[in-house]
Design a binder for this molecule. Structure first.
Ligand code: SF4
Length: 353
């Protein structure tokens, strides 16, 4: 089986190509892929025929097939990709005034069954390969290039934003369950001669896989960490996020503190607001106690109902009351405005629909 070219670090690719071709050929190839987002050698016009033949004989250029695009009225776009084995994943592109955020998947499905999450209801299919994650970024970048203007509701005046500026591993799947491939993806996109993607503009989200958080901190590969918390009360978190039964809050907190000691990045705790579940006074008190000595930001996200859920979205008054009470927290707090909910592209909604 041929090695997929999008799974290779540019240094590995360069080393292999330089054995048979002048050095500038590998440079040209890498520029086509990572500067122009051209993924088919036939379209790389300045490459000679013998080099293109070599590439096709030695590497696979397979990328996920873009099966469906859905455009939200708020400017977000959801892309559904079909993989070579027919599994389906989704990415979401979210334009804002000064940035383009791409949310990518790290697995087809997920095994963790968080009670608020549509992906969890699909069950686990498989880990994505490195090239399947890199491909989502390249295909998302192609879509960015097509985006010459963003709807005036989003920017005023409309501004062209041709590149992805922020990358979040918050799509389908648990990135920490596929850490080796996620780390290789980061190494590739952070290389100077590919996308030179800033670690500070890259976020890995986790439900709290403690050993993997430690491994990530020790890896030397850098990205920001977001922990999906949703409750600081073990008994409640056990229900919202069954992973808590394996890695309870005290262990999760120790892992978060370890990550902080090893990196210079402040952690973000994500907290989905679900009425009747985690928005009471005792919930805020527990949250204050949990985050007490952690350098972090807390991002509150109103629950987005998916196709099938027993939970309700909070109304405006519930959100306002909660956020007013949350002002007492010493950490920075934000309320994330959900994007793409009308195309089931918002947080917790991705499920191949
Ligand atoms: S929230 Fe994340 S970890 Fe939980 S089921 Fe959904 S994809 Fe999996």
């Amino acid at each position: 089986m041929l090695t997929n070219i999008f799974s290779l670090h540019p240094d590995e690719l360069t080393e292999q190509l330089n054995k048979d071709f002048p050095k500038y050929r590998s440079k040209q190839l890498i520029e086509w892929i990572y500067k122009h987002f051209v993924v088919d050698p036939a379209l790389m016009k300045n490459l000679p025929a013998d080099f293109r033949t070599y590439l096709n004989e030695h590497f696979s250029f397979d990328i996920p097939y873009l099966d469906k695009e859905l455009f939200s009225k708020d400017g977000a776009s959801k892309y559904r990709f079909r993989l070579s084995d027919n599994e389906v994943i989704e990415s979401v592109l979210i334009p804002e005034r000064t940035k383009h955020t791409l949310c990518i998947s790290s697995q087809a499905g997920c095994k963790h069954k968080c009670s608020f999450c549509a992906t969890g209801k699909m069950g686990f299919k498989r880990n994505l390969t490195t090239d399947e994650m890199v491909s989502q970024i390249l295909l998302g970048s192609q879509e960015c290039l097509k985006t010459t203007t963003i709807p005036s509701a989003i920017t005023n005046p409309p501004a062209p934003l041709p590149r992805i500026t922020n990358l979040v591993f918050m799509g389908m799947g648990e990135p920490m369950d596929n850490l080796d491939n996620v780390l290789q993806t980061l190494r590739i996109i952070q290389a100077d001669n590919t996308l030179a993607f800033s670690p500070r503009r890259t976020t890995i989200s986790t439900c709290g896989i403690v050993p993997a958080i430690i491994k990530f901190a020790d890896s030397g590969v850098r990205a920001k960490l977001a922990i999906s918390l949703n409750s600081a009360i073990d008994a409640k978190r056990d229900i919202l996020m069954p992973v808590n039964r394996r890695y309870p809050l005290n262990e999760l907190k120790q892992a978060a503190l370890y990550y902080l000691r090893k990196t210079s990045f402040r952690i973000t705790f994500e907290y989905i607001l679900i009425p009747g579940e985690n928005m009471g006074r005792e919930d805020l008190n527990a949250l204050r106690k949990f985050v007490g000595d952690i350098s972090c930001k807390i991002n509150f996200i109103p629950f987005n109902p998916g196709y099938s859920t027993t939970y309700q979205a909070p109304d405006a008054k519930q959100i306002e009351d909660f956020m007013r009470a949350a002002q007492a927290l010493p950490q920075a707090i934000t309320l994330r405005k959900s994007r793409g909910a009308d195309v089931f592209g918002a947080c917790g909604q991705l499920s191949n629909n």
